[in-house]
Design a protein around this ligand. Structure first.
Ligand SMILES: [Zn+2]
Length: 88
């Protein structure tokens, strides 16, 4: 079994397996925006092996985490995980 590159969901921390249907998203600049409005855009992309190694790309394990990432982006304007990690 060769799986030298392992990907982790940037939202829930799940590891990618071969059969998972993963997505990616990237935050980009918005060329023009109103004052007080976010200056970034959220772009969702289908999984692509070449692009998945791009350090700007965030990895998503599925629809649920994509929704959560979008919600974080719209609410906090960041997708960073909270410092306090929930203990299962
Ligand atoms: Zn996830």
């Amino acid at each position: 079994m060769v799986w030298d590159v392992s990907f982790t969901c940037d939202i829930c921390g799940k590891k990618k397996g071969e059969s998972n249907h993963w997505w990616m998203f990237v935050l980009g600049d918005v060329p023009c925006f109103d004052e007080g409005q976010p200056n970034q855009r959220f772009t969702l992309l289908p999984w692509n092996f070449a692009e998945s190694r791009n350090p700007d790309m965030h990895h998503l394990c599925g629809q649920g985490c994509a929704m959560q990432a979008l919600e974080r982006f719209m609410t906090n304007r960041t997708i960073e995980r909270e410092d306090t990690r929930e203990v299962a």
